[in-house]
Design a binder for this molecule. Structure first.
Ligand SMILES: [Fe+2]
Length: 471
């Protein structure tokens, strides 16, 4: 289990480290991965034996970044961060029992790109290294620099059935890390940050076939973070929320009548998500999944949890909804981006969606009305929703007609893999763009122009659609 924080003074900056523990071995050989962003000359070769999973940076503020990484043999390593050519973090990291580590680095400079790597061994000459990654800190308060985000959700390979992880005991065990062509083109884009809207991994069979233990969940994540996410996570820092498949399909248990065993499995899945994700908390109790980040006066990014605070009448808890409304109201930013795993739009469609897709804001009118009433009362423009879950891509208005601020907001829906042909009946009048095949949406928030540029890139990396919104 995670150990208490340790404060470690280092170089000319203060920083502290959180560390945690389990086991996994994946892959073999030494190579530079496709997502490798490169580093200073003279460094040792990458090892996917010792570092089978990409380190991940995330939850960036203007001065802080959270890092997670995994050392397969749980050996002593060193974690380094550079600002340009200047080494700013040089941190020895001791074995901790399972090799899963989380570090929080403070006192960084706003709007600055940092490079980071994990080096194998206690000191020079190091034996090998992880992938290099880069991460950009958020803009300082007052800044009106543009911000560019890419979206991901529901990872897969363009099929109706997701890329489930199958344990060794199942009829078709997963034998090699998942790869997704879509993400191999992510390096074409200059990104400030990545937003993952949930279903980052499909771990249902950990729940049903491996007893839903923490050890099994930790292992299963390796097939994703040791696979196609290596193409994208080294490129920029991550803001992640979750949906059901990070634990198990929501149909596998009744969330309002859980057995003690189901409660334990869910707690295990959630605890493991907090360990492998670069979120600045060790447990849901320490910090909820819903949280916000400000990029100067350009962008207020608000991530929601639409899964585990759900009740028969409410999509989110009263605390989460109050927080959301307060953040919208108090924001000095030109744009507010609400990252809601579930669509906010009232969808006009000639085809019925699956009952499984009913957990949208539209299905919880009281919660939805509180948001629309506040947007209208504030006469708040510049609000854009980004969502996923329903396995399609679109750009559309949140309501087919109407001129109130809450009716003319735009929404971008993303599927990075799984396709839902039932969404093909969505109204072209409401949705300027609709495509069920996997896409990589990139949004550029430009306060000087007062616009949000939305571009969707397809599986081969080419541009499918772009539009500049006056928001
Ligand atoms: Fe999904």
């Amino acid at each position: 289990m995670p150990s208490p924080n340790r404060h470690i003074p280092l170089l000319d900056r203060r920083r502290f480290l959180q560390s945690s523990a389990a086991t996994l071995t994946l892959g073999c050989g030494d190579k530079g991965g496709p997502g490798d962003t490169g580093g200073p000359a003279g460094e040792p070769p990458e090892s996917i034996v010792r570092f089978p999973r990409t380190p991940i940076a995330g939850d960036m503020t203007d001065t802080r970044v959270v890092f997670t990484f995994f050392v397969a043999d749980d050996s002593p390593v060193r974690f380094r961060v550079w600002e340009g050519e200047t080494l700013v973090v040089d941190q020895p990291v001791a074995p901790n029992g399972d090799g899963f580590h989380k570090l929080i680095v403070d006192d960084l400079t706003p709007s600055t790109t940092y490079r980071y790597v994990v080096l194998g061994g206690e000191d020079e000459p190091f034996e090998n290294r992880s992938l290099y990654g880069q991460v950009r800190t958020a803009h300082a308060p007052g800044s009106l620099e543009p911000v560019r985000l890419a979206l991901m959700c529901c990872i897969g390979r363009g099929t109706i059935l997701p890329d489930y992880y199958f344990p060794p005991t199942t009829f078709q065990p997963t034998v090699e890390p998942f790869q997704w062509e879509l993400l191999t083109h992510a390096a074409n884009h200059e990104l400030d940050a990545l937003v993952h809207l949930g279903d980052q991994a499909y771990l249902d069979f950990v729940w049903t076939d491996e007893g839903g233990t923490q050890e099994a969940y930790l292992s299963a994540w390796g097939w994703y973070h040791g696979g196609g996410y290596r193409d994208v996570y080294p490129l920029a820092g991550l803001y992640a929320t979750w949906d059901d498949h990070e634990s198990a399909d929501n149909g596998l248990f009744d969330p309002w009548a859980m057995t003690p065993d189901e409660t334990e499995r869910l707690a295990n899945a959630q605890a493991v998500w907090y360990r492998v994700m670069p979120i600045a908390a060790e447990t849901p109790a320490e910090g909820p999944v819903w949280r916000g980040f400000r990029w100067g006066d350009t962008l207020e990014l608000l991530l929601l949890d639409c899964r585990y605070e759900l009740t028969p009448d409410r999509l989110v808890s009263p605390e989460q909804l109050d927080w959301l409304l307060e953040r919208i109201e108090a924001s000095p930013c030109r744009f507010v981006c609400i990252a809601t795993p579930k669509p906010f739009a009232e969808i006009t469609s000639s085809s019925q969606l699956l009952s499984d897709n009913a957990d949208r804001w539209e299905g919880y009118p009281a919660d939805r009305a509180r948001v629309t009433e506040r947007l209208d009362a504030l006469d708040r423009d510049g609000v854009i929703f980004v969502c996923g879950d329903i396995h399609t891509n679109y750009l559309g208005r949140v309501k087919i007609s109407g001129d109130a601020p809450s009716e003319r907001c735009w929404e971008v829906c993303c599927s990075s893999g799984n396709v839902n042909p039932l969404t093909l009946g969505f109204s072209p009048e409401q949705f300027a763009f609709l495509d069920v095949t996997p896409h990589f949406p990139v949004l550029t928030f430009d306060p000087a122009a007062g616009t949000v540029h939305v571009a969707f890139y397809g599986t081969d990396g080419s541009l499918t659609f772009e539009h500049t919104l006056d928001a």
